[in-house]
Design a protein around this ligand. Structure first.
Ligand SMILES: *Cc1c(COP(=O)(O)O)cnc(C)c1O
Length: 959
């Protein structure tokens, strides 16, 4: 690498830190693959007509310290005002023990979604805690393990209400007019494509509407009023209307559970349980419902089951509910959600416990009481006579009050007619209350806060007695044991040790791109300049974010060959939904609103058809040929057959089969010819960056998974970011936002996320990645990702057939190992191999996607040759073990494969297997040096689904 003298001063090139194999190793691997150089390998694999003449202009590579210094200066342009804006976002005190040991700990943030439960028991337990906390606070029987944000949870609740309601003719959903505005916005967007009628009005009018299948109310209104909705909800329930309630999580500590008021579905944001606002996200939404709705619930549920030895073990329940299996019949398109953030919120509850949480909530409420009484004494009028933490204060001269607030470094809620809003939080101090008096009254000298306080204690009825919580919360031992930092640190570490994350071994998951999440990329996300901003703060206070978002958008536009980028979607699947909505609106703008057919190849990821269905489209499947490529003649036939109604095609490139289809330009041409748009699923961008672009290929819109290609960690199943890139003609139609004006967007068009820029606070990760790699490094990353995949394919192909490949048997950045012939011959399955890999210290590759009975391996560019070799040797050793089964040396039902994984207990228990303990747990020298111990044996899926149990396990079960 040629470095300028300046770079040498600062330190080493980051490119060499990100890319696993050294130059010498790459040369050796190229020899195995049969190419002289990375460029030659690229030429052999990537169709000539899509190779870019020049790599995208994303600038020169920066060292870690250079990029950090530059980003720090950008962050410094954000202004840290104290925000009392509320609207579902609160300032927090993240417990440092959680920040250091979880948020900043790769053992937690680099883990993958817990599809392989045997290597995920730690985060499954943490998620079960989150579910238990949700159940306790909402009073409902069943909770999921997080959704993307409060507003999308509301849209999911509406869709679920429609599925669950027995009023099949009813088509209207009533939304109370004091639900948060961004929630209403997202609900309206979703309702439009489903063809639901949304009625927004006062709750006392709700029962007058005859056509309702569901209703949404908010427990504490957006301007702070507390509602006892019992009467209304029970009245509507008798009619069969499904009742949904949004609730503030902190208020639930003091308020009676929504279930006791008659809510069937309860959801909200868990942000204020320890997760910084981060200019809008990421935060986990909680979601709970009655047990009878369990089959129609969106998102993932963690359940308790048993392992092969009959011991208690956790897993994702009802995995077949997942969109990748149910496709357009899925309950929701949600895939990546917010696991890391749900875990933070769950641990916040564990750390504080019921007593600590009550103290926090009561303190917030007491300060609100003091503020309310003081303001009333000074002659100001409050709009409501009940509140938890939010006041709506009528002011004669709003502009004056807001200006005075700014002069004190304070943001108040400003979008209310003739009033300002103030929401307090756990960071609010007595001095802050004094400042608020100064702002609202003009002078606080006459106010004696202690006196106000004693008056409030004596007779506060700002929470009506009927609403006060009487039922206990968080009685499970887990919420009552770990309140000292030592205990808490050890509890989190104990869970972390049960799991396998990137800090232990490579995670070769096809389609998931588990690459390095570098420390320098992660450091900025906890800088207060990024973490503390409220998403609806005045835009001039977020100048740093604007620079960050503009630069990142520009780079991503270059990298994708598109003209504009929309940062709102907060997962890949949300990006698909946003992109399809954009296409829909584009057609409508041209008077072609009847175009509703979405062509999807049979090999597509399940989110594609699930999103198409959500966007109100009809899925028509296009066949693939024997090589796994799109069948062009079938495509042409279907595009022509539906030409008047053709909306778009959704294709993944390189295909989900791990091949650069030669005909991709032709695919785009055919669809365009019949008036359709091309949606290119960008999950596989790690095989395109710097080499080609979706725009260059001829697509119109794509989402990017920043949590795959652009180094945001998976967090054990989220967060993610799924921005969409679009060509110029689509740019005016991307999602807008009802609270924050977005430049260049037709604002009447609805939002897809609660926050205007989705999960803005993790964008620094991708900014750092792109900036440190530079144009040259990004291209090399793609090339080495391809080299690594081909190296593995070459070395494994005699042991396991490679299912699809292009010319010369070469693959793209991932390869599919076909296990079906082995299964046919001796009964060993892809599952057995996946579980046996755990004994060898590896996370399994992607199982049975996109083809049942296969394993899809994606090593990424970050894995060194040594690690690839360790994986290859494990796979070859396993193949040798299979041979011994084939030879009859071990019975089919008692061999190291079907019994895998093996746990520590087996070292001391009776041993009655025809193979040795040694082979079971230390199958290779590498394992001997760095053993990963799973804590449970193989999960019993059938038992778990038959006996669905999704709450914390009674402690007796552990002991
Ligand atoms: C990961 C993936 C998605 C979905 O992305 P999420 O961020 O998990 O919602 C869509 N398509 C493909 C091909 C993927 O691999």
């Amino acid at each position: 690498m040629n470095q300028t003298i300046k770079q040498l001063e600062y330190g080493e090139s980051f490119i060499d830190r990100h890319i696993g194999p050294s130059i010498e190793e790459r040369q050796k691997m190229l020899e195995v693959v049969g190419a002289k150089s990375l460029d030659e390998l690229t030429r052999l694999i990537v169709p000539a007509d899509i190779q870019l003449p020049h790599p995208p202009a994303t600038g020169d590579a920066q060292t870690e310290h250079q990029a950090l210094a530059e980003l720090k200066a950008i962050a410094g342009q954000n202004q840290r005002y104290k925000s009392y804006i509320g609207m579902g976002y609160s300032a927090v005190l993240m417990p440092p023990v959680i920040q250091r040991n979880l948020l900043e700990n790769p053992g937690w943030y680099t883990a993958y979604t817990p599809y392989q439960p045997e290597v995920s028991q730690g985060r499954l337990e943490a998620l079960l805690n989150f579910q238990q906390m949700t159940q306790d606070l909402t009073g409902l029987d069943l909770a999921s393990a997080s959704l993307l944000d409060e507003a999308t949870a509301a849209a999911e609740a509406m869709a679920m209400a429609k599925r669950a309601s027995k009023l099949k003719q009813a088509n209207s959903f009533f939304v109370a007019d004091d639900v948060h505005p961004q929630t209403i916005d997202v609900v309206k967007t979703r309702a439009e494509t489903f063809g639901f009628n949304v009625i927004i009005g006062r709750t006392d009018q709700a029962a007058n509407h005859a056509d309702l299948f569901g209703i949404l109310v908010q427990l504490t209104g957006t301007t702070g009023q507390l509602h006892d909705h019992s009467q209304l909800l029970n009245q509507l329930k008798q009619r069969g209307v499904i009742t949904c309630m949004a609730a503030d999580i902190m208020s639930l500590v003091l308020l009676e559970s929504p279930a006791s008021m008659g809510a069937d579905v309860v959801f909200g944001s868990s942000q204020r349980f320890g997760v910084p606002m981060g200019y809008g996200g990421p935060h986990a939404a909680f979601f709970a419902c009655k047990d009878e709705f369990k089959r129609s619930m969106p998102g993932r549920i963690i359940g308790v089951s048993k392992d092969a030895a009959g011991n208690t073990a956790l897993r994702m329940a009802m995995q077949t509910r997942e969109q990748h299996i149910r496709r357009e019949k899925a309950n929701s398109n949600i895939c990546t959600s917010q696991v890391l953030l749900a875990n933070i919120a769950g641990f916040y509850a564990v750390y504080h416990g019921p007593v600590g949480l009550k103290r926090i909530a009561q303190r917030i409420h007491r300060l609100t009481d003091i503020l309310a009484v003081g303001l009333q004494k000074a002659g100001l009028k409050l709009r409501h006579d009940s509140w938890f933490d939010t006041l709506c204060i009528e002011v004669a001269d709003k502009a004056l009050v807001l200006t005075r607030a700014l002069s004190f470094g304070v943001n108040l809620r400003s979008d209310l007619e003739g009033a300002v809003g103030i929401s307090l939080d756990e960071t609010t101090t007595v001095e802050d209350i004094q400042t608020l008096f100064d702002i609202l009254i003009g002078d606080s000298k006459a106010i004696d806060i202690d006196k106000l306080d004693s008056q409030c204690i004596a007779h506060s009825n700002s929470i009506p007695p009927s609403l006060l919580r009487k039922t206990p919360i968080l009685t499970h031992p887990v919420f009552n044991r770990y309140h000292s930092e030592t205990e808490m640190m050890r509890y989190m570490h104990r869970l972390e040790r049960k799991d396998l994350a990137l800090n232990q071994a490579m995670i070769p998951l096809g389609s998931c791109t588990m690459k390095l999440n570098a420390a320098a990329e992660m450091i900025p996300i906890t800088w207060p300049e990024f973490a503390e901003l409220h998403p609806f703060c005045p835009p001039e206070q977020a100048a740093g974010y604007q620079i960050l978002i503009a630069q990142l958008s520009q780079w991503l536009a270059q990298i994708t060959g598109y003209d504009a980028v929309c940062m709102q979607p907060n997962s890949g699947a949300q990006g698909e939904y946003a992109g399809l909505l954009t296409i829909r609106r584009y057609h409508e703008s041209r008077g072609q609103g009847s175009r509703h057919i979405c062509l999807i190849p049979s090999s597509a990821h399940g989110t594609n058809p699930a999103s198409a269905q959500m966007a109100g489209m009809t899925v028509v499947v296009v066949a693939c040929d024997k090589q796994g490529n799109i069948d062009l003649s079938d495509l042409r036939t279907k595009a022509e057959q539906h030409s008047d109604e053709l909306s778009c095609i959704m294709v993944t490139y390189p295909s989900t089969h791990g091949v650069y289809e030669e005909t991709i330009r032709e695919v785009c041409k055919i669809v365009h010819q019949f008036g359709g748009q091309v949606y290119l699923d960008g999950a596989n961008m790690n095989a395109q960056v710097g080499i080609t672009t979706p725009g260059y290929i001829g697509a119109d819109v794509s989402h990017l998974n920043l949590h795959k290609t652009f180094s945001i960690p998976h967090g054990g199943g989220g967060p993610g970011m799924g921005p969409i890139g679009v060509k110029k003609h689509l740019a005016p139609f991307v999602p807008g936002h009802s609270v924050v004006h977005l430049e260049g967007v037709t604002t009447s068009l609805g939002a897809v996320s609660a926050a205007p820029f989705g999960s803005a606070s993790i964008l620094p990760i991708s900014w750092m990645y792109i900036h440190m790699m530079g144009a040259e490094g990004l291209k090399m990353a793609s090339q080495v990702a391809i080299l690594n995949a081909n190296y593995i394919a070459r070395r494994l192909k005699d042991a396991y057939p490679i299912l699809y490949s292009g010319q010369d048997g070469l693959v793209a950045h991932e390869c599919i190992l076909d296990i079906r012939p082995l299964k046919e011959e001796c009964g060993i399955t892809e599952m057995d191999i996946a579980k046996r890999l755990i004994d060898y210290g590896f996370h399994a590759p992607t199982m049975s996607f996109p083809v049942a009975g296969t394993l899809m391996v994606e090593p990424t560019e970050s894995e060194s040759k040594a690690e690839l070799d360790r994986f290859i040797e494990a796979m070859l050793a396993i193949r040798h073990e299979i041979r011994r089964v084939q030879a009859g040396e071990w019975p089919l039902d008692d061999n190291p494969l079907v019994n895998a994984p093996h746990i520590q207990g087996e070292l001391v228990h009776q041993w009655e297997h025809p193979y040795s303990r040694d082979l079971a747990v230390f199958p290779s020298q590498a394992v001997f040096q760095n053993k990963y111990w799973p804590t449970v044996k193989r999960l019993d899926d059938v038992y778990g689904d038959r006996n669905l149990f999704c709450s914390c396990v009674p402690m007796a079960e552990y002991e």
